[in-house]
Write a protein that binds this ligand. Sequence first.
Ligand code: FES
Length: 175
Amino acid sequence: MTEYAFSPTEKAQIEGLCRRYPTRQSAVMPVLWIAQQKFGELSPPVIELVAQTLGLPPAHVEGVVSFYTMYIPKRKGQWLLELCTCFTCGECGGRELWSTIQDRFQLDEEGVSPDGFLWFREAECLGGCDAAPVLQIEGHRMVFHLTLEKLETVIESLRQGELPPFESIPPRHFE
Ligand code: FES
């Protein structure tokens, strides 16, 4: 059974965050991020924990969680992979890639592979339009100029329990 509590290290980190804001309630977003990294999702008991930690009503915390797509109220697959199919990425192969991914990984209507290992979602612009199409893994690791071959390599890393190496946005080349 999961115990819903922050460790002493996490508590110290949270107190440090709270000191950066005029009120401790203002730290709700980074504290939710810590909670999501720890528990994998922001289920009702996790929301309750964050609310108690910051002295907020649970409904307030739930409102923040439901507003931002970076927060996961209920995890559907082990690894969340978000493919940008917005403006530039859509035009640069993102939309075709999305169709290919759905077939290749036999995704269900929620974007989850049959073994529950992969959970794909379409994303709005991820801020890497120069290097479209872009993939984001678990809300923080970015992969640029995505192709199906590159994606297969990324998934191979995830199967080893490793995030792919950090990539910075490739520099632009002007003629
Ligand atoms: S449109 Fe995909 S990163 Fe901007």
